[in-house]
Write a protein of this length. Structure first.
Length: 255
């Protein structure tokens, strides 16, 4: 069902005096995002002074579609799911962002409504800061403006690529790509680890844009080829490269 407004998390407060040790730890957390890691140490520390760690329960709603984006931050654990919910309660998942990803780019320059319902994908922890604090820092830190412009440009290119994939790819290719994308951050795995995804076939169908019976048939075809193994609510991928040759280039974060 669509999340109710009363379920949306509201983060209060902005700058809170912190010890140098705490600020240094928060700055290290922010560096998990590649773009933030390029900032000068002075700017990153200034941002860390306004940052706090925040936890969200699985499926907790951060923002509903149309809500103003009031905070942003880096995902440290878990993930965020960007979805649209129809009048019948059916959820269409548009993308998933995972560890190291930054949520909130579009709200940083000016007040912006969320284009999606934003929900926690499993238990999630973020290093968050208020958007208004970020805008204040941008007034005399030009590198923040350049970083946001770079991020929005890259996301626009990915969005165009995603639209092309939906139009041109076969359902089988879309499913393979989506499975690889859902694995997320490869650095979480040791060379001997076997990636796995916990997801229902109904949710996977919403990603791929096909029915659950079609997803079930395609998954069993992939299992018969030895490319995946199916468990209870789990998909195990022994070899990402075999499943999708360009898997190293895929990131499931379009918008």
């Amino acid at each position: 069902m669509a999340p109710r407004s009363g379920q949306v998390r509201s983060l209060q407060g902005g700058f809170v005096r912190k010890s140098r040790h705490t600020i240094a730890l928060l700055a290290d957390q922010l560096r998990m995002n590649p773009l933030l890691a390029r900032l000068s140490n002075g700017t990153l520390v200034a941002l860390a002074e306004h940052t706090r760690l925040t936890r969200f329960a699985a499926n907790e709603c951060l923002f509903m579609r149309g809500d103003e984006i009031r905070f942003a931050g880096v995902i440290l654990r878990g993930g965020l799911r960007n979805s649209l919910t129809g009048a019948d309660g059916h959820e269409l998942s548009m993308s998933v962002q995972r560890r190291g990803a930054f949520y909130g780019w579009i709200g940083l320059l000016s007040p912006s409504p969320s284009p999606w319902d934003i929900l926690a994908q499993g238990p999630t922890e973020m290093a968050c800061f208020q958007v208004r604090d970020f805008r204040a820092l941008m007034q005399d830190r030009a590198e923040l403006v350049a970083m946001v412009a770079h991020a929005l440009s890259a996301r626009l290119h990915r969005a165009y690529g995603h639209m092309s994939n939906l139009i041109l790819d076969t359902i089988d290719v879309r499913l393979r790509r989506t499975l690889v994308m859902l694995v997320g951050d490869r650095t979480r795995f040791a060379p001997t680890d076997t990636p796995s995804i916990r997801i229902t076939q109904e949710t996977l169908g919403s990603f791929v844009q096909c029915s659950r019976p079609t997803v079930n048939r395609l998954l069993k075809d992939l299992e018969a080829q030895g490319l995946i193994r199916l468990g209870y609510g789990e998909i195990i991928i022994p070899d990402l490269q075999a499943l999708f040759p360009s898997s190293k280039d895929e990131v499931f974060s379009f918008f």
